[in-house]
Ligand binder design. Structure first.
Ligand SMILES: [Zn+2]
Length: 62
């Protein structure tokens, strides 16, 4: 089985740091396993990228 995807299920994504790029003053990248967008909140500390277009989201979650 794929250990990487199991880690993703627990929120422990593996960012493809080789392909990270700069956007909006911070680094963003994608998980090599599940392609989840990630952002570097601190040096070497990555978190799932927060989707900013809340206008659409509120309709579904509001
Ligand atoms: Zn992942």
């Amino acid at each position: 089985m794929k250990v990487g995807l199991l880690a993703c299920a627990f929120g422990r994504h593996s960012v493809d740091v080789a392909n990270k790029r700069k956007a909006g003053g911070m680094h963003v990248g994608k998980c090599v396993c599940c392609k989840t967008p990630m952002e570097e909140i601190e040096p070497n500390v990555w978190d799932v990228l927060q989707v900013k277009d809340a206008g659409l989201g509120r309709r579904y979650f509001g």
